[in-house]
Design a protein around this ligand. Structure first.
Ligand SMILES: [Zn+2]
Length: 188
């Protein structure tokens, strides 16, 4: 492990339970010019109650189903900032690509973590992930983190239109069930 790993794990593990997040450090240079500091990432999670709740939830799921969270210090496939996958034995894996534009600042990286934690939780509970409904849930949680409060109905509707309906990528996903009532009739 590098110095950077240990710093981050210490800050993430400052609560009563040790973090089980696995750091993969391909390309990470603690003394280099990497755009994000692992310590800042860990500190921001521990200072924010939405992010801390997301981390606690991910850790709880890990203890039940296995799986890991990996921070890759490289670009992701298909320009992804992060992704969640379910293994054939039901474990949940989260991958984050820390050199993605969205993740080069700690605030953005934590926002991605909060978003992916929603997929992680829903996948572990047997919901289909990677659908429009599932992405809406993930963006709603991300908005909760970014605003620091529950988004209003109008804000959730605007988010749905901007992030899903008007996105070439997300609008092409399967809908994945019945839309929440506040979104019905808005398109999608
Ligand atoms: Zn997503």
């Amino acid at each position: 492990m590098t110095l950077g790993d240990n710093l981050a794990i210490n800050s993430l593990a400052s609560g009563s339970r040790a973090a089980r997040i696995t750091f993969v450090t391909d390309g990470f240079k603690p003394d280099g010019l990497d755009p994000i500091s692992l310590q800042n990432f860990g500190n921001l999670i521990s200072e924010n109650h939405v992010a801390q709740a997301a981390l606690n939830q991910v850790q709880k799921i890990q203890t039940i189903t296995g799986g890991k969270v990996t921070l890759y210090f490289k670009d992701g496939p298909r320009n992804l900032a992060g992704s969640v996958n379910k293994t054939i034995d039901g474990g949940m894996n989260m991958d984050m690509y820390m050199l993605h534009n969205a993740n080069v600042r700690p605030q953005g990286a934590v926002s991605t973590f909060v978003h992916e934690s929603s997929h992680y939780m829903r996948g572990s509970r047997g919901f289909e992930i990677g659908t429009q409904v599932d992405e809406y849930m993930a963006f709603r949680r991300e908005l909760l983190f970014e605003l620091g409060r529950k988004p209003t109905i109008a804000e959730r509707q605007a988010m749905w239109l901007e992030k899903i309906v008007e996105s070439e990528y997300y609008s092409s996903l399967p809908v994945g069930g019945e839309l929440p009532r506040i979104l019905q009739g808005l398109g999608g």
